[in-house]
Design a protein around this ligand. Sequence first.
Ligand SMILES: [Zn+2]
Length: 471
Amino acid sequence: MSAQVRYLWTDGMVGERVGLEISEEGDRTKPASDTVWSRVETLPLERLKEIQLQRLKFLLSFTYERSQFYRELWDSKKVRHPDIKSIADLPKLPVVTKYDFEKDQAARPPFGTAPTIRPNEHLKYWQTSGTTARPRIWMDTRQDWENGILLYTRSLYGHGVKPGWRGYFAFGFPPFIGFWLCFAATEAMGCQVVPKGTLPTAAWLQLMKNIAGTAPSFLCSTPTFAIRQMEAAKELGIDPTTLGMNILSLAAEPGACVPATNRLLSQGWNAKIHDILGATETSGPILFTCQDQAAATPVSDHIAIDYFIVELLDPDTLEPVPSGSPGTTCVTALGRYGMPAVRFLVGDHIHIEERPNCPCGRTLPLAVGGVAGRADDALFVKGIKLYPSLVETSVRSLPGLGVEYRLQKKNEQVAVLVEAEPSVPETEYPQLARKLQEDIRLKATVTLPVEVHPAGTFPRLETKTPRIIKA
Ligand SMILES: [Zn+2]
């Protein structure tokens, strides 16, 4: 490849650089302006779509040649990748789900037939919880990793993080991709990184307190754990607003775009709240909140369409929805080659607007209102689709209730389990339950039984919290 693009990983250890070089990308190691890291983010939409198509054609031919999984799948469906001549042709290829990869890895353990290079040539190994006993494995080449770092760098810069800031990473470093990529991007853009690792939460907060105010700072966390850190700080007599956090970058679950959660966190930390969302199978982030959108109502996310094709499908038929309609996301990752994701059903429920005129200057389209819900979490109650984020908005808006909740599934019934604030006496629980039931009924048009439990009933996790539990 030519040397037009200057890469973050320039140590000669990258090995084969797979992918199409886009000249407008230029020097990845420095921001293009005060507002965007990469000039690509502000290119005319037509040019962004040309880049998409060029990268797609390259990816399809590479994937067919190198990945047995896709070759066999496409051959079995009698679709030829050279027939994909435009983005509109993409639905000719079959949708793949995490279950397809789970089955493939179970049948040909441990890696399955999707990888395009030998396992020891992959730089990074990830696993994520599977529906069977086996975790799902996913891997990145060095160039995939480089691309992921670029996308996180662009997104963090879009949040307002600048070189020289300090990034706090509130996670225990399990083999989940998102936080690690964000950590690497933070280092690459010239920020200081502060990892929590296995520190107990109290020691972590003490660490923050000790160095608070000595550098502009951001916190990378799940929304749930960001709330837990607030609670824990108060238990220790530390006011979280004195910890000097300017920005919260929330990953794994929607947070900024859930109004009650956003309000709770922005007031609690006295910080600007941003989402940064990807998926293990596609890498990411696919979606991120810029500074202008973080301040808007509703909060919307930019979509990195130069590195992802995001199609919106009807979740029942998996057919494309009419242009301009909301749907569930099916993503083709254009910068990931070690284990390609071609038409992978991510399952975020979003609504795309292509000409947003965002004041930030980015031409990247917007997911208006952010992510309404993630398909994995959708429940059907009396024929109505219910996302936990909707219940979350009710729970976190009602005075007297805590912030944690679970949806308990028992046969066809779903009950809402919540915690009361520590100061609320148990005699008031039934009244609180009635209020919450009514609020959910108004928002979701479904009546659900509600149980109020004492504060501290549910565990607080650093990673994505399972909201749906079985009775
Ligand atoms: Zn913007």
